[in-house]
Write a protein that binds this ligand. Structure first.
Ligand code: ZN
Length: 137
């Protein structure tokens, strides 16, 4: 078994309330409190799914990357996030193997570091790699 785990699947939506009515109120997932991330111009909500989560993402401005994605491709699956024990090492391994990263350096937010791998390198899937930095050692 590898030490990599599914952390979340992210879905781009046009309407967070409507998405929460489906995923939470009707399907029965729990969670779903909405957070605004002004730095990325998105509003997000996480729903619990066993050890993993579903992240709903709605653009908060019309010129954000996610807004452009939504305009071009419509709502749907946006990225897959895997939790890795050592993000720097994974990024280096991928870079050394010639794969294309969107973030060469990890970004940091609220107890986690993360970086995106280009879909070109991951079979057409936008891949987020994530490392907890508040984990007990
Ligand atoms: Zn994500």
């Amino acid at each position: 078994m590898s030490d990599i785990q599914l952390n979340h699947l992210a879905i781009v939506v046009e309407d967070l309330d409507a998405a929460l009515r489906f995923w939470r109120d009707s399907l029965g997932l729990t969670g779903g409190s909405v957070q605004s991330l002004p730095a990325e111009a998105v509003d997000i909500a996480f729903l619990e799914l066993g050890a993993a989560r579903i992240e709903l993402i709605k653009p908060a401005s019309s010129d954000s990357g996610v807004a452009k994605y939504l305009a071009k491709r419509g709502p749907g699956l946006h990225h897959l996030c895997l939790e890795v024990p050592d993000l720097e090492a994974k990024l280096k391994a991928l870079r050394d193997a010639g794969y294309e990263l969107i973030n060469d350096e990890p970004r940091e937010r609220a107890g986690r570091r993360y970086a995106f791998v280009h879909p070109k390198s991951a079979g057409g899937v936008l891949l987020e790699l994530y490392e907890r930095i508040d984990k007990p050692r």
